[in-house]
Design a protein around this ligand. Structure first.
Ligand code: ADP
Ligand code: MG
Length: 276
């Protein structure tokens, strides 16, 4: 029996890893769908000019559609670029169009360039339990905006050589942003993706990542599963495309862990209970 209690306070998770193809978008989309299917109100913000999260959620994002670019650069309210996701009544998405490709450069010369997304989210009147931000594969100003706007970072790690070396630059950036721009920022969650149980390498990488990140690393591991990679071509998440697949079941487990941990979390600055 899967239960995903709604968090006491809205949680913002940014899914980040400067490496491409490690499963950021797949993770953001599938966790969001899993939580929404179990009674949570969820928003996905697509912050990658490639618009893969928009595609995966079947949200229009062709040129001309109001998108996150307008929000970041022109100051258009987040709520006015938010779309309902068809078929899942408690899921919404802010799409990214190709316009966002210019934002990395254009942001350089706007006021409060690191905190445009934070301001937009704070001004939103949407009542969400979760906001997932799908980051582009870089550490530029778009990712900086995500790290300033978020409470929690979720790092998907693909089980391959140098997996840990790959996230060092990201964790250094997180430290820098924590000390200068966003004191509540923390890596709350690490998820192993595209895991191939038959290989000794996957096993070694898993041991390394668990030793390094400890309890931040979810027990659930996402296997390499063809159903996961097929789903986007049907404009679906694997959660609806094939809910019984190993990929979908693992994402449900990961979402449940995230929800249960969140239910236990003390809020930043909150008093700890005597027993805690
Ligand atoms: P990123 O957003 O980090 O660039 P994606 O989520 O787009 O990575 O994943 C990269 C590719 O790998 C995509 O084609 C996706 O469908 C595929 N993929 C992701 N997770 C899995 C998985 N568990 N099993 C099989 N294919 C996967
Ligand atoms: Mg992506």
């Amino acid at each position: 029996e899967i239960t995903m209690p709604r968090p006491p306070k809205r949680r913002i998770l940014c899914v980040a890893n400067q490496k491409g193809g490690v499963g950021k978008t797949t993770t953001a989309v599938n966790l969001a769908v899993a939580l929404a299917l179990h009674g949570n109100r969820v928003l996905v913000i697509d912050l990658d000019p490639q618009g893969n999260a928009s595609t995966g959620l079947n949200v229009p994002h062709h040129s001309g559609v109001p998108d996150i670019y307008q929000c970041l650069i022109d100051g258009v309210p987040l709520d006015s670029v938010t779309q309902a996701v068809e078929g899942i009544p408690t899921l919404w998405a802010v799409p990214a169009t190709i316009d966002l490709a210019g934002a990395e450069i254009e942001l350089v010369s706007v006021v409060a360039r690191e905190s445009r997304l934070q301001r937009a989210i704070r001004a939103s009147e949407g009542e969400y339990d979760y906001i997932f931000i799908d980051c582009p594969p870089s550490l530029g100003l778009l990712t900086v905006n995500a790290l300033v706007a978020t409470d929690e970072v979720l790092i998907p790690i693909q089980c391959e050589y140098y997996a840990l070396e790959g996230v060092r630059a990201l964790t250094e950036n997180i430290e820098m942003i924590r000390s200068h721009l966003n004191p509540v920022l923390e890596v709350s969650t690490v998820l192993l993706t595209m895991y191939d149980r038959r290989t000794r390498l996957a096993d070694l990488v898993e041991q390394d990542v668990r030793a390094h990140f400890g309890a931040k690393c979810l027990n659930a591991v996402i296997p390499r599963n063809v159903r996961v990679s097929e789903a986007p071509s049907y404009s679906q998440s694997v959660m609806t495309y094939d809910p019984g697949s190993r990929g979908a079941v693992s994402y449900f487990e990961a979402a449940q862990e995230i929800a249960l941990r969140g239910a236990q979390r003390t809020q930043p600055g909150a008093q700890r209970t005597q027993s805690g």
